[in-house]
Each structure stands twice: as structure tokens, then as C-alpha cells.
Ligand binder design. Structure first.
Ligand code: MTE
Length: 321
């Protein structure tokens, strides 16, 4: 199925998991390795060392043999505060969030700013499936087969200038579609940001689907980030604006609680959240009687250290949490 076709399917149409797993085995056997080009790191504040990893090392991060989280849990246990703060509130998005047509503005420090609709944005890009862990700051995690395109491939089209040291992302904030906006739990719109080298890193995915289908609204349709080595809140949903900026941009959670949520938010068992430990996590296990599995140790950079640690060489991760 082409991405164009996938995007036309209603998000509620979820593949039967057993069928999906068989198809996935076949796809994995057929999949050609994507050509990867590592971009150089822009100097930033704090300075980023040049990343030296091979394409093979990067590709080794694209999948895992760990047990996948059940699709029904991936789509029913969510964080999407625009629809409320409860884990089941985001499922309301199915009824109210209109994801087509959808435009994304790209502006700031780039030679070719533009306004794009989804089809334009994805023109010429072949979506690929990647199985990533998503570790939330609250201590739970999931293993999800995402469908998407490398963020770098999209960003390069706008020709960021040397002043583009960071990339800022903004979610839609429409009270008619998002009932949770009446609560000032967050200073809306939801915003996130990455340093340019993080945004250009081959593991950073602009996700358009999961489990082989278009993204359901509650997971951030039609387009969201997935940054697998960072806490889940960096993976901003339903993006309407991307901006190249020179200064570290404000982000929703940092704005709210700067002592608790730093800009970088790399998964790090050695840096506790001020109110709880980050040393362990529980996978969403997915049975009716037992939602969480036993605790397992959390790994530095969520287990993606081989691919990303070089970006933070020389940085004090306790200070830049
Ligand atoms: N993006 C927006 N716009 N609003 C949100 O509330 N929650 C974040 C992130 N992206 C959030 C968001 C948090 S805290 C997490 S853990 C992940 O989305 C959860 O993604 P999932 O529901 O697809 O598992």
C-alpha cells in the first residue's frame, strides 16, 4: 500500500495484529536499506561535537526484536493534553480532530520557506517502517512499529541556513476540535524543539502511521515526531508549524515546569525527575487484567546510545537534562 493510499484510509481501520505481523515479516525481508547521509552538526549552545557514526550503526537502531505493544494499547493509552489529561481522553480526538486538509508552514532561518499540504510534504519520499521504543517520563514505555519519513529529508528541502541552530515545532490549537484547550494545563499551543543536529539525525522520524496504517488521531494524526532516545513528550503530535531558529526555542513542558523538564529531555536513568526516579520503566503489557509488565531497568538514551551519544559528548547531562 502506498503512503498516499494509507493516508486515505480512515484512522479507525486498524489492522488485525496477527495479519499485520505476517505482513511485517514479509516486508522486512523485502525492504531495501535506505540510503543515509549524516548531516554535519551546527554549532549550538551548548556546542555539539561532530557526530561520527556509520550508516550501519544508525540502521541497527531502526528495529528491535522486543515484543511489540498491542495496537489496542498503543491507540487507547495516550497522552494528548489537547483532549484532556486522562489516558483515555485522547480517544475523543477520533470524533473531532479533522486531519484533512492539513497544512504545515515551514519558516524561519531557511532559504525556501513554504506552506505545504500533507501530499506535497511527502512527495518523492518513500515511507519506511521502523520499530522504536517510546519511553514516557511517567515511567511507562511501549514498542511501536511506526511508519514515517526521516525528518532530515523533509527539512533539507527548505534549505536551512547556518543560523538555523534549532528547529521549533507547534501543534494545532483549535478549541472547536480540541476540547482540552479549555484547561490551561499547558500554555497552548503545545510546542517542542530540537537542536538542528538532533532534528537532522537519521533516527528522528516524522511519523505518518503506525502498525502499517495511517496515524489514528489520538496518536497525533496526520503528522507527529518520534524521537526515540528522548522522553515521549518531545514527540510532538499533529504538527502545523515548523520553524528554523537561532536560539533555543521555548517548549511546552519546560515553559510549565523548567525544574522538571529540560530542553534536551534525553532518556537518562541517572538523572531523576525531581519528584520520582527515572531508573526503571514498565512496558505496557496489554492484557485486560494486567496493563503493566514487571519493571525493567531504563537504558541511557533509551538504548540508542550507540547512535546518539556522540551528539552530547562533553556535555554535562545533569545540567543539560
Ligand atoms: N503532543 C501534543 N501536541 N500534545 C501532548 O499532550 N503528549 C506527549 C507526546 N506528544 C503530547 C504530545 C507525551 S507526554 C507523550 S508520552 C507522547 O506524545 C505520547 O504519544 P502516544 O500517545 O502516541 O503514545
Amino acid at each position: 500500500m502506498s503512503l498516499r493510499d494509507a493516508l486515505r484510509l480512515p484512522a479507525t481501520e486498524i489492522t488485525d495484529e496477527a495479519v499485520y505481523r505476517d505482513r511485517r515479516r514479509l516486508l522486512a525481508a523485502l525492504a531495501a536499506s535506505p540510503a543515509l547521509a549524516l548531516s554535519g552538526c551546527a554549532e549550538a549552545d551548548p556546542p555539539a561535537p561532530k557526530l561520527t557514526i556509520t550508516p550501519q550503526q544508525v540502521r541497527s537502531g531502526f528495529r528491535t526484536d522486543e515484543t511489540l505493544t498491542r495496537v489496542e494499547d498503543v491507540t487507547s493509552y495516550n497522552n494528548f493534553y489537547e483532549f484532556g489529561s486522562g489516558k483515555t481522553d485522547p480517544s475523543k480526538a477520533r470524533k473531532t480532530l479533522r486531519t484533512s486538509p492539513w497544512t504545515i508552514t515551514v519558516s524561519g532561518e531557511c532559504a525556501k520557506p513554504g506552506v505545504l499540504d500533507m501530499a506535497d510534504l511527502l512527495k518523492g519520499l518513500t515511507p519506511e517502517e521502523r520499530v522504536y521504543r517510546l519511553r514516557c517520563v511517567e515511567g511507562w514505555s511501549m514498542v511501536i512499529p511506526w511508519l514515517g519519513v526521516p525528518l532530515a529529508d523533509v527539512l533539507k528541502r527548505f534549505q536551512p541556513t547556518s543560523k538555523a541552530r534549532y528547529v521549533a515545532f507547534t501543534t494545532l490549537a483549535d478549541p472547536r476540535q480540541m476540547p482540552g484547550l479549555v484547561y490551561r494545563s499547558i500554555n497552548w499551543p503545545y510546542r517542542e524543539g530540537l537542536r538542528i543536529d538532533e532534528a537532522m539525525h537519521p533516527l528522528t522520524l516524522l511519523a505518518t502511521g503506525l502498525y502499517g496504517k495511517p496515524l489514528p488521531q489520538q496518536n497525533g494524526a496526520p503528522l507527529r515526531l518520534v524521537v526515540p532516545w528522548k522522553y515521549g513528550f518531545k514527540s510532538i503530535k499533529s504538527i502545523v508549524e515548523i520553524r528554523f531558529v537561532e536560539k533555543m526555542p521555548p517548549t511546552a513542558w519546560n515553559d510549565l515546569q523548567p525544574d522538571e523538564y529540560g530542553f534536551f529531555s534525553n532518556v537518562n536513568p541517572n538523572v531523576d525527575h525531581p519528584r520520582w526516579s527515572q531508573k526503571t520503566e514498565r512496558r505496557i503489557a496489554g492484557t485486560a487484567s494486567k496493563l503493566f509488565a514487571e519493571r525493567i531497568p531504563t537504558r541511557l538514551f533509551n538504548g540508542y546510545g550507540e547512535q546518539v551519544a556522540g551528539m552530547y559528548r562533553g556535555m554535562d547531562l545533569g545540567k543539560w537534562f
